[in-house]
Structure formats: structure tokens, C-alpha cells
Design a protein around this ligand. Structure first.
Ligand code: NDP
Length: 497
């Protein structure tokens, strides 16, 4: 059964006013018609001459033609990374490596508007998110790791630390530049060189980053960026001269990569999916909790591995909470991602839109009730309205599978024990949220929840100093903070003198 809030529940419409459009200009951008592969400090054509289009998911208009890297190109990129490792990077002091990272960070800040607009065009996320979250955090990751580059011995006292060598990194489409920065900065700070593969649907900001890499005079081959689809990623994973792998993406592909890495005893970091519980107790500050829930699931259209996608709300306040939540959702603005007023942008790809739609339909078939607000969606492009599914049982697919879209699944509980049991009843374990005024209850829940990151009375707070990573099918290894340096280093006990 589908319900939608009546139009008159929108305060804005009550007063007959609306926001004037505030469209961010794209005049700063200089998108090339075609991009090559960034190997050994230069843009090269792919050896197969194959290419694919990247498009703006909010309009379906093509933005550029992107080279598809073949196995031969991956080989070239790995050789360039190996050469750069031996010739420059491993021989440089940490302090010199730090200078390059600082330079990249400053260039990202200087060009942040250009990067933010490009991220929004290529990925569909609202400009206010790319401008206020993705870009500042991407720069912060380079700044933070620059600070570590010459202090690795202090991070691991009594240990001798060494880089692995050449690292293969594969990233997804939900935070393209941020994921690239999140992965590149610690790898480089620790003295490794990198071959990075961005996702097929969002390669443009990684390619703009390649321009920054040239501008800061990073020695050629220290970072190589190879574009392509799953086959390109697979060729990188299988390359015999890669010393370490790091992957963010689906659990399914993560498992394939793990199989391959295990065979060769390769160190691996996996940051995979999630199905985070967002637990609201009856004594929570409700206005704040509602904002937290909205941010938890609708930030970046729900394309977030740590999204608070399962709302667990105490039965005594459930009806009231859901009613207020729906009224708040009615005010969300869905539309042109370049409009600074937009809260929810476009779904990243047609394939992802179909996947979201299919899972919501499966939820309805299994008995869930659907709420969607009365907003209208643009005709062209890939769009899905913010959606709430109530009446969901633990066994339903929508309660167990990662939807990776703007869809919140609601369940209720009576006691903290039941909340805990439901929260942990998932194959994933990436993040969780707890809302209550009782500090003791926060500690009791947090100590028992099986999730790598737990937020209390807030959600989606990120900082490069804080380790991020999962339990169970959400992967292993940590990224960020001191913990995030360890996967990029070999450590040996120092002999006592
Ligand atoms: P994938 O896991 O397929 O993509 C992540 C990255 O891996 C992309 O760069 C992709 O390339 C690459 N890749 C794909 N296949 C292989 C392979 N066999 N070997 C090496 N690399 C590979 O995610 P999808 O984009 O297909 O999304 C599917 C679902 O995964 C989503 O609906 C969502 O549920 C989940 N997901 C979770 C993410 C998270 O952060 N937890 C991020 C992205 C997706 P390419 O994109 O070019 O195919």
C-alpha cells in the first residue's frame, strides 16, 4: 500500500512561498571531450583504443569520453608505479613526501569549487554536499596524512616500518574524489606508490586530480589513474607485481577480490557494504533525532556505505516519530543537483535506480507499507524520491540487503535488549547510531553493538583522524587515523640494542 503526505503538510506551501533557484555555475569547468589514462605522469590513449561515456545522471547528457584501460595498460601503470617506487618515492624522506601531500591538499582547496561542481555533474549529488562535505574532507585527508609522513616511527614505537611497494586501489562511485583521497593519502604518506581505478560512472574528478598531481610536480608514476569498468579492476587485482590491494565497494566484488588476494597472500583492506541500525529510544531529543535520521539516510541519496538505513524506533513513540519524520521528509527538495537549495540529487546510474526500485517492490510484495512525499521528479535523468518502508519484518529482503538509495526501512522495539538484538541481526557491521538522553544506555548499547563506527546523538560525522571500517560482511582493515596507516606498512619488531 502506498501513502503520501498531503500537500498542505508542507510549511512552505502553506505560506505559498518557494525557494528561488540558486544554480551553481558550471563556467569554471573545462571538461575535455576525451580523457586518456594517467600513467607515468602523462595522459595516454588506451592500448585497445576502447572508450566509454560518462554522463550527468540528472539529465542523461554525456559529459565526456573516457579511455578504457586494458590488461596491457594496467601492466604499464604497475610498471610505472614500480619504477617510481624504486627510483624516487622509497628513497625520499618522509618530510619530502609530506610536502607533496601538503601541496595536493592546498591545490584541492584552491580549486575546490571546480572539483565540487564536477563531482556534482558526474555523480548527481547535491552541490551543497560536494562543496561542504566531499571537498573539505578530501583536502583534510591529504593534510592529515601529510602530517604523518615523517612521523611513522612514532606511530609504531619499537617497530621498524616499511612501505609495501605498489598498491592497487579500487574505489566506488558514491564519493569519487573523497574515496580517492581517502585511499591515496595514507598510501603515499607511508611511502607506497599507487595504481588507482575509479568507478566507471564517476571518473571525472579523479582525472581532474591527475591534473593537480601534474601541477604539484609529483614524480611521474607515483600515482597512476586507470579508468575502466569491472574488467579493468579485475586486471589490477590479478596483476602479479602489485604488493597490496585496497577496495571499497560491494560485498560481492569484495569477496571476489579477497579470494584472489588470499591465493597470493597479498595484504588487503576491504571497505564494503552496510545496513546500519539507527536506534531511537523514547527519551531521545526528537527534533535532533529526526534531523539525524534524515541526514543518516538521505545524505548523498542514500548512496553511503554507512547510511542509517534501518530505523529502529521504540514502540512507545513510533507512531508520533514516524508522523513527524514524514512531515519533515515532505520539506526535502529533490531536483537539480546544481541548485544550492537541493537536498536530494539524482541517483548515480540507471542500474542503481533499477536496483533500488526492484528492492522496494520486493519490500512491498513482502508486506511493507510505502510512504513517498508529494514531490515531483524531473522527467529526464535518474530519480528516486525519499521513501520510508514501515511494517517491515526482520526476514524481509529490505531489512537485510543494502538498498544504497534514499529508502529508510522502519522497525520497532520495546526494550533495549530487543533493540540490540535487532541492531546486530544483520550480515553487515559498518556503522550504527544511538539516540537517547541516557549516557549509561549509550555505553551499554555501544559496547554490545557489532559495528565499526557508532555515533551517539549524531550521525555521519567524519574526520580523517578517526578510523573507519567494518565487522563481518562490511569488510576488514581500518581507514583514517593511526589505525589506517597500519595497512599501508609492513612492521617488524626492532631489535634491542
Ligand atoms: P561494485 O562493487 O561493483 O563497484 C566498486 C568498484 O569495483 C568499481 O570501481 C567497480 O568498477 C569495481 N569492480 C567491479 N567489478 C570488479 C571486479 N570483478 N574486480 C575488481 N574491481 C571490480 O559496486 P557497483 O557499482 O556494482 O554497485 C553495486 C552495489 O554495491 C550497490 O547497489 C551497493 O549496494 C553496493 N555498493 C556499495 C558501496 C560501498 O561503499 N559500500 C559502494 C558502491 C556500491 P565499475 O564501477 O567500473 O564497474
Amino acid at each position: 500500500m502506498e501513502t503520501s503526505a498531503s500537500k498542505d503538510s508542507s510549511a512552505i506551501e502553506d505560506f505559498g512561498i518557494d525557494y528561488a533557484p540558486a544554480i551553481e555555475s558550471t563556467s569554471l569547468l573545462n571538461i575535455k571531450e576525451k580523457y586518456g589514462l594517467f600513467i607515468d605522469g602523462d595522459f595516454l590513449d588506451s592500448s585497445s583504443s576502447n572508450s566509454f561515456k560518462t554522463l550527468d545522471p540528472s539529465t542523461e547528457k554525456p559529459l565526456s569520453e573516457i579511455s578504457e584501460a586494458s590488461s596491457a595498460d594496467i601492466d604499464k601503470a604497475v610498471k610505472a608505479a614500480r619504477n617510481a617506487y624504486e627510483k624516487y618515492w622509497m628513497t625520499m624522506s618522509g618530510a619530502v613526501r609530506a610536502r607533496y601531500l601538503f601541496r595536493i591538499a592546498r591545490h584541492l582547496q584552491e580549486r575546490s569549487r571546480e572539483f565540487a561542481v564536477l563531482e556534482t555533474l558526474d555523480g548527481g549529488k547535491p552541490i551543497k554536499e560536494s562543496r561542504d562535505v566531499d571537498l573539505p574532507l578530501a583536502a583534510a585527508h591529504f593534510f592529515y596524512h601529510a602530517g604523518w609522513a615523517d612521523k611513522l616511527d612514532y606511530a609504531f614505537p619499537q617497530r621498524k616500518v616499511e612501505p609495501h611497494g605498489v598498491v592497487g586501489q579500487i574505489i566506488p562511485w558514491n564519493f569519487p574524489l573523497l574515496m580517492a583521497s581517502w585511499k591515496l593519502a595514507p598510501a603515499l604518506a607511508c611511502g607506497n606508490t599507487v595504481v588507482l581505478k575509479p568507478a566507471e560512472t564517476t571518473p571525472l574528478t579523479a582525472l581532474l586530480l591527475a591534473e593537480v598531481i601534474k601541477d604539484v610536480d609529483l614524480p611521474p608514476g607515483v600515482i597512476n589513474i586507470v579508468t575502466g569498468a569491472g574488467e579493468t579492476g579485475s586486471a589490477l587485482v590479478e596483476h602479479p607485481d602489485v604488493d597490496k590491494l585496497a577496495f571499497t565497494g560491494s560485498t560481492e566484488v569484495g569477496k571476489l577480490i579477497q579470494r584472489s588476494a588470499v591465493k597470493r597472500n597479498l595484504p588487503l583492506t576491504l571497505e564494503l557494504g552496510g545496513k546500519a541500525p539507527h536506534v531511537i529510544f523514547e527519551d531521545a531529543a526528537l527534533d535532533q533525532a529526526i534531523e539525524g535520521v534524515i541526514n543518516g539516510i538521505f545524505f548523498n541519496q542514500g548512496h553511503v556505505c554507512c547510511a542509517g538505513s534501518r530505523l529502529l524506533v521504540q514502540e512507545s513513540i513510533a507512531d508520533h516519530f514516524i508522523d513527524r519524520l514524514q512531515k519533515r521528509i515532505e520539506l526535502l527538495r529533490v531536483g537539480n543537483p546544481l541548485d544550492k537549495n537541493t537536498d536530494i540529487g539524482a541517483i548515480n546510474s540507471k542500474a542503481q535506480l533499477e536496483r533500488i526500485d526492484q528492492l522496494v517492490k520486493a519490500g512491498v510484495e513482502e508486506g511493507a507499507e510505502v510512504y513517498k512525499p508529494s514531490c515531483s521528479l524531473p522527467e529526464k535523468g535518474y530519480w528516486y524520491p525519499p521513501t520510508v518502508l514501515t511494517g517491515v519484518q526482520q526476514s524481509h529482503r529490505v531489512a537485510r540487503e543494502e538498498i544504497f538509495g534514499p529508502v529508510l526501512v522502519v522497525q520497532t522495539f520495546r526494550t533495549p535488549e530487543e533493540a540490540l538484538e535487532k541492531a546486530n541481526n544483520t550480515p553487515y557491521g559498518l556503522s550504527a547510531g544511538i539516540w537517547t538522553e541516557k549516557g549509561s544506555l549509550i555505553h551499554w548499547m555501544a559496547a554490545r553493538m557489532r559495528a565499526g563506527v557508532i555515533w551517539a546523538n549524531t550521525f555521519n560525522k567524519f574526520d580523517p583522524t578517526s578510523p573507519f571500517g567494518g565487522y563481518k560482511e562490511s569488510g576488514f582493515g581500518r581507514e583514517g587515523g593511526m589505525h589506517g596507516l597500519a595497512p599501508y606498512l609492513k612492521t617488524k619488531r626492532k631489535r634491542s640494542q
